[in-house]
Design a protein around this ligand. Structure first.
Ligand code: 13P
Ligand code: SF4
Length: 348
């Protein structure tokens, strides 16, 4: 991989300030070593408007590149090294279906504000913007849910029901105030038999990578590593988070690992999230504390971005043959609204 790495470095030197490589924490180390900016979804979205480079290469999944393209300045081009790296959860809320469900809820006299996890596509973000809603990430879901509650008489959280439920629990919204919608291909299934008057309505989507963890995984880890601390990403199921010692976004997990490494020398930390991040944390804090994944969790789509593909897109950029990510013009104003509302509410 020496040649590829050297090739990437040479192109970075050649393009200088005209190039910015951004990458999500779930990317593998071979890619992360070349990134100018790494972060979780929120940090990356916040950084895009500050980037002045002509070319932004985004190492992550499709919706992240789309959000970057939406927040980029006119004339800036955003490229994805792997166009087929797609977050499967982001496809669980097709925009026409979400619109249909919102129409059905409004027809019942409800003013439900949609709050969409950033892991959604552009068309869905546009529907959310149109209905007065906003985007959130796992790092600000609590702040954004409180904001959305004040904008209408209820919130439709989509697409991740686990993040929605975990956020609601953290805010003290009781289970009897929530309802996971039953949705079919034409909208709500048997609306009359559903508790549609609840304060928090949840779209029945989830991340298959995080939802696979089970409370027994936590119990087994505690038995194998007495005294260990267990933390996990809030895309995990509520019954898993209930038996953890802490939960939060990717940036929370990174900060907590650094804290444990500094304050609890020799201890064991179990982390329930994508394994690329966990292995990186384990290497970073080796000798201070032991960091172990809660279980096998590799996002196959994040893994589609490789160092070789990064090199290929950079070569195409220098040869002026790269195709930037194209986003549908008419979807941009409402979709941008849903993203900028988040950045405004969270103080940029
Ligand atoms: P973050 O919002 O923590 O970056 O997570 C994004 C994601 O895709 C988690 O699976
Ligand atoms: Fe999507 Fe889950 Fe992969 Fe995150 S880990 S990008 S939510 S599929």
């Amino acid at each position: 991989m020496q040649d590829i790495s050297a090739g990437i470095q040479a192109i970075k030197r050649q393009l200088g300030d005209r190039l910015c490589i951004m990458g999500h924490h779930y990317q593998n180390d071979a890619v992360v070593q070349h990134c100018d900016i790494t972060g979780d979804s929120l940090e990356l979205a916040r950084r895009v408007p500050q980037v002045n480079a002509d070319h932004i290469v985004f190492c992550g999944v499709y919706f992240m590149g789309e959000s970057a393209a939406l927040l980029a300045k006119p004339g800036q081009a955003v490229y994805l090294p792997s166009m087929d790296a797609d977050c499967l959860m982001s496809r669980m809320t097709p925009a026409p279906l979400a619109r249909k469900v919102l129409e059905q809820l409004y027809a019942l006299g409800r003013k439900v504000i949609p709050l969409a996890y950033v892991n959604t596509d552009l068309a869905l973000k546009a529907v959310v913007g149109e209905y007065g809603g906003a985007v959130c990430t796992s790092a600000n879901a609590g702040i954004m849910l409180q904001w959305a509650m004040k904008q209408g008489d209820g919130v439709l959280f989509l697409p991740d029901m686990h993040l929605g439920n975990n956020t609601a629990t953290a805010l003290g919204i009781a289970p009897h105030e929530r309802h996971v919608l039953r949705i079919g291909s034409r909208g709500l299934v048997e609306p009359e038999a559903q508790a549609l008057d609840r304060k928090l309505l949840l779209w029945p989507g989830c991340c298959a990578i995080h939802a696979r963890f089970d409370p027994d995984d936590v119990r087994e880890m505690r038995a194998a590593h007495p005294g260990c601390r267990v933390i996990a990403h809030p895309e995990c199921r509520e019954d898993v988070i209930a038996v953890c010692d802490g939960a939060g976004s990717t940036s929370y997990l990174i900060k907590d690992a650094a804290r444990v490494a500094a304050e609890a020398l020799g201890s064991t930390l179990i982390v329930g999230t994508e394994n690329n991040l966990v292995h990186r944390l384990a290497a970073r804090h080796a000798g201070q504390c032991r960091i172990i994944p809660l279980g096998h969790a590799i996002c196959g789509n994040m893994a589609k971005v490789t160092e070789k593909k990064l090199w290929t897109i950079l070569e195409a950029i220098t040869a002026q043959k790269a195709t930037p990510l194209a986003i549908e013009e008419e979807l941009c104003p409402p979709a941008r609204l849903s993203l900028t509302r988040m950045l405004e509410v969270c103080g940029q």
